[in-house]
Design a protein around this ligand. Structure first.
Ligand SMILES: [Cu+2]
Length: 274
C-alpha cells in the first residue's frame, strides 16, 4: 500500500512472485513465505506482512551501517584521545520522532486489516466448528441443517485415501467458491483453535463462548488446516480438511450429507434406545 508510493512495489511484486507456488499445494520442505492466499483477508495479510518485512530490512540495514561506521571510524587506533562530545538536541529529537513515524506507518494499515478481518460481511453460508478432544464437529445450521464429526485419519487410512498425513479427515467440510462463509467456533471441553492458513483464518474455539470469523474462498480446491491451540495429548491429530467447490457441487454435497448424516444420527438413536 503506502510503500508502493515509494517505488518499492516492483520489488514487493518480485518477492511475492518468487515465494508463490501453485494453488492448493501443500507446503514444501525449506519453503519460505506463506501458503498462497485464497481469500481477500489472506491477500491483505500477505501484503501487510511484505510491507513489514521491508520496513524491518530497512531498519536493520540502517542500524548495521551506523554500527559499522562507528566501529571503523571511532576505533581506538584512529582515536588515541577519545572524544568527549555528548548531547545533540537535533539527533535526540530525530531518534525519538523517526521511530514514532515508523510506528504510525505500521499502525494505520494494521488497524485497517484488523477491522477488515473483524467486520463480517453478510454471510452466504454458516458453519459452526466445535473443537473437541480430539476432532472437530461441524454444524450446518438451518431448516435442512445437519451435524457431523470430522476425524483425522490414521497414517494407513490417509495413504489409502491419497490424502496428506496428519491433514486429511474422514469427513471434509465443503463450502461454495466466492461466497462469504461465516465460521462460528466454540469448544466442547478445552480451548481449541480453528485455523486455515490460505484463508487467513485462525479463531480460538473457547468452551462457553461463540467466536465468529469469516472467509471468502476465491479458488476451488482442497485446503488443509489444523487445530492451533495446544489442547492436549492428540492436539496434532485433529486436522481440518476444507473442499471449496462450485455452487452446484456444494448443493449436491448438502443434499447427500443431509441424508448421510441424518442416517448416522438415526442409527445412533436406535443403538442408544436398545
Ligand atoms: Cu484442539
Amino acid at each position: 500500500m503506502f510503500l508502493r508510493k515509494f517505488g518499492i512495489g516492483a520489488a514487493v511484486a518480485a518477492i511475492t512472485a518468487f515465494t508463490a507456488f501453485p494453488a492448493a499445494a501443500l507446503p514444501k520442505n525449506y519453503q519460505l513465505g506463506f501458503m498462497p492466499a485464497a481469500s481477500p483477508v489472506m491477500e491483505q495479510i500477505e501484503t501487510f506482512h511484505t510491507e513489514l518485512v521491508w520496513i524491518i530490512v530497512a531498519v536493520c540495514l540502517f542500524v548495521l551501517a551506523l554500527l559499522v561506521w562507528i566501529v571503523v571510524k571511532y576505533r581506538a587506533g584512529a582515536n588515541a584521545v577519545p572524544s568527549k562530545v555528548h548531547h545533540n538536541t537535533l539527533l535526540e529529537v530525530a531518534w525519538t520522532l523517526i521511530p514514532v513515524i515508523i510506528l504510525v506507518f505500521i499502525a494505520v494499515p494494521s488497524f485497517r486489516l484488523l477491522y477488515f478481518e473483524a467486520i463480517i460481511p453478510t454471510p452466504d453460508v454458516h458453519i459452526k466448528a466445535i473443537g473437541k478432544q480430539w476432532f472437530w464437529t461441524y454444524e450446518y445450521p438451518g431448516a435442512n441443517g445437519f451435524t457431523f464429526d470430522s476425524l483425522g485419519l490414521s497414517d494407513a487410512d490417509a495413504k489409502a485415501a491419497g490424502k496428506p498425513r496428519l491433514l486429511g479427515t474422514d469427513n471434509p467440510i465443503y463450502v461454495p467458491v466466492n461466497k462469504v462463509v461465516e465460521v462460528e467456533t466454540t469448544g466442547a471441553d478445552v480451548i481449541h483453535s480453528w485455523a486455515m492458513p490460505e484463508m487467513g483464518v485462525k479463531m480460538d474455539a473457547v468452551p462457553g463462548r461463540l467466536n465468529h470469523t469469516w472467509f471468502k474462498a476465491e479458488r476451488t480446491g482442497v485446503y488443509y488446516g489444523q487445530c492451533s491451540e495446544l489442547c492436549g495429548a492428540r492436539h496434532a491429530y485433529m486436522p481440518i480438511e476444507l473442499h471449496v467447490v462450485s455452487d452446484a457441487e456444494y448443493k449436491a454435497w448438502l443434499a447427500d450429507s443431509k441424508k448421510k448424516f441424518a442416517a448416522l444420527e438415526n442409527d445412533a438413536i436406535r443403538v442408544a434406545s436398545k
